[in-house]
Design a protein around this ligand. Sequence first.
Ligand code: NAD
Ligand code: TDX
Length: 337
Amino acid sequence: MKTLLITGGAGFIGSNFIRYLLDNSDYSVINYDLLTYSGNLDNLSNIQGDKRYTFVNGDICDRNKLNNIFHSNKIDGIINFAAESHVDRSILDSQPFVHSNINGVVTLMDVARQFGIARFLQISTDEVYGSAAEDQTFTEDSNLIPNSPYSASKAAADLMVRSYVQTHHFPGIITRSSNNFGPYQYPEKFIPLIINNALEGKKIPIYGDGSNIRDWIFVEDNCRGIFEVFEKGKIGDIYNIAANNERTNLEIVHLILKLMNKSTDLIEFVKDRPAHDKRYSINAEKVKSEIGWFVERNFEESLEFTIHWYMENKKWLESITKKTKFTDYYKTQYGLA
Ligand code: NAD
Ligand code: TDX
């Protein structure tokens, strides 16, 4: 049986990916995660006890701990989800982003090289291309023009992966996906924040005038894309993954409030995020033509499914919001609680 090391598997996309992998492949999984504020073992409670699943608590910057895992297990591949992932937090303090998103990736690649790993997939983001003009859509060859400390740290990691491929024939591959939504997303991110605040009757902060555009993909579609790229992708290549489903933030908030039957009075326009990217837009033709990946899930249906999931998992939401301070940014920036 083959074993994959999944780093950052206790977070939003990583936990959805591990479930996808156990359901759709024969792989065994070692989930290595530091359990930062956004990492939560409750995200995987329904697979605890699965014989193909093991959890190890640790930092991807901890070379000794990683060495121990490789000494005690035959690892057939690595997929790295571990990262600091929230733009607003990177504006308040960029140090953890340099630690996990840059140093962590380099440490992981060094250990992977030492043990002769066959495949290493780095999970990156469309944000590395920066903001797209109205008539612009980025391909894998577009320039990297990141605008936030978060996206700059992800771009730096992508360039380190590229350099290892060129210099050391390292078996690196990169996926860059657009904005994900779905179950188990930490409620500081836009869609779960809207749902959570609406459920609690709290104001929903909209940065600037709400005209910024994001391209939304249901997390399950991205997980399938990641798995297919891991299996069939060409070493050294980059694959954009997107559903071509661009919406303004205002459209999203109105749609969710309508689906939840809540008043639009909850919307509160607040000061804009510094260097707020106007639009993300990536071309996903390569992953379709070369890998055969296509979007399967309808946006409105997946959004409705996601809203219901949060409504049915209030305990999960409560435990997460009690455990951590996801409102720090609003308190600091806007005096909102
Ligand atoms: P998340 O914040 O929900 O999860 C991140 C996970 O990484 C957590 O479990 C955390 O404990 C773990 N982690 C952080 N630092 C670590 C370290 N030093 N060592 C070990 N574990 C560590 O993030 P997410 O939304 O699931 O994002 C996962 C990946 O996908 C990230 O690399 C992110 O940049 C990328 N991405 C996210 C989106 C999105 O819309 N959420 C879109 C494109 C790309
Ligand atoms: O309260 C809010 N109000 C608001 O107007 C929040 C949290 C966000 N927004 C806006 C900012 C963005 O235009 O909504 C949009 C989405 O914001 P986020 O959920 O913070 O996502 P974004 O900044 O687009 O970055 C996300 O997509 C790419 C993820 O957080 C990254 O991890 C991923 O790489």
